[in-house]
Design a protein around this ligand. Structure first.
Ligand SMILES: Nc1ncnc2c1ncn2[C@@H]1O[C@H](COP(=O)(O)OP(=O)(O)O)[C@@H](O)[C@H]1O
Ligand SMILES: O=P(O)(O)OC[C@H](O)CO
Length: 519
């Protein structure tokens, strides 16, 4: 038998790990990753979704912060690790979702406005009518849409008197979920660090893509006094590097937060899409396809947004073209929660398999309008092609296929911008456990679809960022070596059948446009 002390030191060396906090739209998940890239443990909890009016979506930031604290403890215990075994902490988060809070009490002045929330549509329509769209897009890479954070900050400042008072007295802090968690982890009212990373900042409509800094013209445009903005908005930091030391949040106290990325950028990083041309698609609540375009922020001509993919400390920013789809896995949740035709998300597979094909049914889930490449806030959800033959099975099938069709629309925009087709599509996220959907995706794209062993690539990306910054891994090549292929689907549909289906899908999309009254 080895002496106990030797056991302990061996364990400490081999169990060097990183903790990744993945604060998503539906749930918060904490993953502990070992030096060899394997997942040692995880812990996950859903949080409540608030829908106070049609089109409005809110989260309770305090509930999310409490979940985060508890889950980190749980994940560490499950991994049988001590704090001293952990090299660093990474954070990744649902992007754009905005919290405004009082720096003295630590209390949010309003529930967080979630990225799907459309209440800023009115403001965006006004700014578009005033002719601001092209200039804003040229500077930020983004269209004027309620999806991004600026409209959400504006709405809170305009509608919550307390927010305006706190802003005037310098006590108001505004940020995305990463900033909210970072500030709380690093001491909160007792000196919490108010920072964000460049990928999250690139989703606000307030950051200049070239300077990678807040822009006074943009803050002014959204009614945020540039002088007050300086106190309110977080400092923008590269994604990979030290953000601050955790204080008073056991069991993490003393560890450093060493990486932050918005969740779709984290998934891109976790898929090791480090080089120009690499492309991935993440299938979660929504669907997000990103293609790395290198170190020059080109603006899309086909309805994609330009965003920061990642930035290493002291390195240049890498950019990506992104196509965001608002409703993907959330449509499966809608079948579960609103229609009650399945009891769990996984059950959609059985229901969809109960029929041969979609029976001519197409589902356009434009619940928050249509995002990329259409950017049509006036679109609304539509089920087309119904006959007396249609069953719940056909509806389930059409709901799943909607994700594949929407991803195809985005990929076509990527191809149109880049001028060539990628060789394959790397996929990840909760919906990719659905093998039927992945086969259908390969069929509809006419491209191989490749799934890695770890489909929680979002958490993986933040773990890799934190591990790189803390020296657990040497460089991007070493991190890329941790990626392992699990399964690959080859396209197996005739091009005539593909064209027929796509023709019907395009027709259904056309009919969903212009349904909602604007203004
Ligand atoms: N077997 C399945 N088939 C299709 N969709 C699924 C399946 N299992 C889970 N989902 C969907 O995947 C989504 C969860 O994925 P996840 O990556 O955890 O999302 P997020 O990070 O956006 O919270 C949910 O919307 C859920 O409905
Ligand atoms: O939390 P997810 O995985 O649904 O991702 C949300 C996106 O970041 C919104 O832009």
């Amino acid at each position: 038998m080895q002496p106990a002390s030797s056991d302990v030191s061996t364990a400490m060396v081999s169990r060097r790990a990183v903790i990744s906090i993945d604060q998503g739209t539906t749930s918060t998940r904490v993953v502990v990753m070992a030096e060899d890239g394997s997942v040692l443990s995880s812990a996950q909890r859903e949080h409540r979704q608030y829908f106070p009016h049609p089109g409005w979506v809110e989260h309770d930031p305090v509930e999310i912060w409490e979940n985060t604290r508890e889950l980190t403890g749980l994940a560490l215990t499950r991994a049988r690790l001590r704090t001293s075994d952990v090299a660093a902490v990474g954070i990744t988060n649902q992007r754009e979702t905005t919290v405004l809070w009082d720096a003295v009490t630590g209390r949010p002045v309003h529930r967080a406005l979630v990225w799907q929330d459309t209440r800023a549509d009115v403001l965006m329509d006004r700014l578009k009518a005033d002719g601001h769209e092209d200039a804003v897009r040229a500077r930020t890479g983004l269209p004027l849409a309620s999806y991004f954070s600026a409209g959400k900050i504006s709405w809170i400042l305009e509608n919550v008197p307390e927010a305006r008072e706190l802003a005037r007295s310098g006590r108001l802090r505004a940020g995305t979920m990463d900033s909210w968690l970072l500030w709380n982890l690093t001491g909160g009212p007792d000196g919490g660090v108010h920072a964000t990373d460049v990928t999250n900042a690139s989703r606000t409509l307030l950051m200049d893509l070239e300077t990678l800094d807040w822009d006074d013209d943009l803050t002014g445009l959204f009614g945020i006094d540039p002088e007050l903005a300086a106190g309110m908005l977080p400092r923008i930091h590269p994604s990979v590097g030290e953000f601050g030391t955790i204080i008073g949040a056991e069991p993490l106290s003393g560890l450093s937060v060493c990486g932050i990325l918005g969740d779709q950028q984290a998934a891109t990083f976790g898929q090791s899409a480090f080089n120009r041309g690499d492309v991935k698609n993440t299938y979660g609540t929504g669907c997000f396809l990103l293609q790395n375009i290198g170190t020059t922020p080109e603006i899309s001509n086909h309805g994609l947004v330009t965003t920061v993919a990642y930035q290493l400390e002291d390195g240049p920013a890498y950019y990506a073209l992104e196509g965001s789809v608002a409703v993907a896995g959330s449509l499966v949740q809608w079948l579960r929660d609103n229609l009650g035709i399945i009891r769990s998300s996984a059950e959609v597979e059985t229901l969809a398999a109960s029929v041969q094909d979609n029976g001519g049914v197409f589902f356009v889930p434009a619940f928050s309008g249509l995002y990329a490449p259409y950017w049509r806030p006036d679109a609304r959800g539509l089920i087309a092609g119904l006959t007396g033959f249609a069953t719940a099975g056909h509806l389930a099938r059409a709901a799943l296929e909607a994700t594949a069709y929407q991803s195809r629309d985005v990929l076509e925009a990527v191809v149109a911008d880049a001028g060539h087709r990628p060789e394959e599509l790397r996929v990840d996220g909760g919906m990719t456990v659905n093998d039927h959907l992945m086969q259908f995706q390969a069929d509809i794209l006419g491209l191989p679809v490749v799934r890695p062993e770890l489909v929680e690539t979002t958490a993986v990306g933040a773990a890799h960022a934190a591990g790189l910054a803390s020296g657990l891994w040497r460089d991007l090549d070493e991190v890329a070596g941790l990626w392992r292929e699990d399964r690959r689907w080859e396209p197996a549909l005739s091009s005539a059948e593909r064209d027929r289906l796509l023709g019907q899908w395009d027709k259904a999309v056309e009919r969903s446009l212009g349904w909602a009254e604007q203004g």
